[in-house]
Write a protein that binds this ligand. Structure first.
Ligand SMILES: [Zn+2]
Length: 221
């Protein structure tokens, strides 16, 4: 059995590695965007430090915070989005990973405060319906975190588009949350392109339920 220091070391390595997906899939510019992961068996999570570039991010660069977002271990300051991540972990026990990006197409939908309608079977599979909009919220207090939790509790989607801001995704693991962020940007782009020459056709609600159930429970993903 490994002790807490070993578990924290594993999560630091995992979070550093997961950050590589953000530039690889074109989800981030400069230093915006971050991944966090809960430390199993402890009231802690690991997140990227603020203002650090994606080139050569190491496990040692990652910072450990408690569920109030306070720094517990690390040589740098936690991401400015840490309070939002902490709020999600405090209020959604099933969540093991959180991702935040300003990925272009998804954020364009958020700028219009328009949910992405469920017009693709892959959206039904992954999101179980439309990708919802959360309210406008200023960074710096609990408003963003509370808005993420309230919006996602009313939806099957693991992604929320925060109005005028960007994307937050959740998952049972950090990898699941990263996958949701990648898929969210992909469907935001496809539905945007579909709009250019006409009105995308919605998928019948019963078919959405059937696709979602199959993908989540039967198809090994
Ligand atoms: Zn942001």
């Amino acid at each position: 059995m490994s002790g807490l220091p070993d578990i924290v070391a594993d999560v630091r390595a995992s979070v550093a590695a997961l950050h590589e997906y953000l530039p690889r899939y074109g989800l981030v510019t400069w230093t915006a965007g971050n991944v966090s992961e809960r430390v199993p068996g402890a009231d802690l999570f690991v997140i990227k430090p603020t203002g650090v570039s994606y080139d050569g991010l190491t496990a040692e660069d990652m910072v450990v915070c408690d569920l109030d977002g306070a720094l517990v271990d690390g040589t740098r300051s936690p991401s400015s989005d840490t309070a939002a991540h902490a709020y999600v972990y405090r209020h959604m026990a099933e969540v093991g990973g959180v991702v935040h990006t300003h990925s272009t197409y998804a954020t364009a939908w958020s700028a219009r405060a328009e949910p992405i309608p469920c017009v693709l079977t892959m959206m039904a599979d992954e999101f179980g319906g439309e990708i919802p909009i959360g309210p406008f919220a200023l960074i710096g207090d609990e408003t963003i975190g509370r808005s993420i939790v309230e919006t996602l509790r009313g939806s099957r989607s693991p992604a929320v588009l925060m109005q005028n801001h960007g994307v937050f995704t959740i998952g049972a693991t950090g990898r699941d949350a990263v996958k949701a962020a990648v898929m969210c940007e992909d469907v935001a782009r496809t539905v945007h392109i579909a709009r250019q020459l006409g009105q995308p056709v919605p998928i019948d609600a019963a078919a959405v339920d059937s696709l979602y159930d199959r993908y989540q429970n039967v198809y090994g993903h």
